[in-house]
Design a protein around this ligand. Structure first.
Ligand SMILES: [Zn+2]
Length: 200
């Protein structure tokens, strides 16, 4: 049926490319957009374009920031710049921020090393992390990567690179279920895992 509605088909093809938008919801989301009035649709498109133009990655910690303002973490003098919490993505960072248990800095890797998915160390911000850690008086690196084989391997890779640096290397306590995605672990568990962090 959709084949006879090429315009809708085209819209759905674009929506289908949005990660995490489950295909079972595609029809509902498509209907939502089709039912938007012109003003709401224009606002939606404008917000998307504005975000694309005004939001950039901080070139130090790789967290999203407003282009015209400083990074909300790197420019915050009340945060402890001697501790860096390493996360895979922005989502995990948000989870840790929600615990309100961490006042250090972050470093977003942009993923984990995963040969099967064609992701190697150079596709991530590992080199920038090593430089940052060794050049700016960092005392501790906390690995808060998802506890998956790839997350563990990535932590081990970075730890090896920092072996000679004398920097204390820790990771979240085992309160976080093995194989779990931090994004879906509750706030208290993540806060506790952070407080009880152990040597890597
Ligand atoms: Zn930053």
């Amino acid at each position: 049926m959709i084949d006879k509605l090429p315009t809708i088909k085209k819209l759905m093809r674009h929506l289908h490319q949005v990660p995490f938008l489950a295909s079972k919801n595609l029809y509902r989301v498509t209907s939502y957009f089709l039912q938007l009035d012109d003003q709401r649709l224009a606002q939606f498109c404008a917000a998307l374009q504005e975000a694309k133009h005004k939001i950039v990655l901080c070139d130090n910690c790789f967290v999203w920031q407003e282009k015209d303002a400083g990074c909300i973490f790197c420019a915050d003098a009340s945060r402890d710049s001697s501790v860096i919490c390493v996360v895979e993505s922005w989502h995990e960072l948000l989870v840790i921020e929600r615990t309100e248990a961490f006042r250090g800095m972050y470093h977003v890797l942009g993923g984990v090393i995963s040969p099967l998915d064609g992701v190697s160390a150079k596709d991530l911000t590992i080199e920038q992390l090593i430089v940052r850690a060794t050049e700016s008086g960092v005392h501790e690196i906390i690995f808060a990567l998802n506890q998956t084989p790839e997350g563990e391997a990535t932590s081990a890779f970075i730890a090896r690179k920092l072996q000679q640096s004398g920097i204390k290397i820790t990771c979240l306590a085992k309160g976080v279920p093995i194989g779990s995605n931090l994004e879906f672990v509750d706030r208290l568990t993540v806060g506790k895992a952070l407080a009880d962090r152990r040597s890597f």
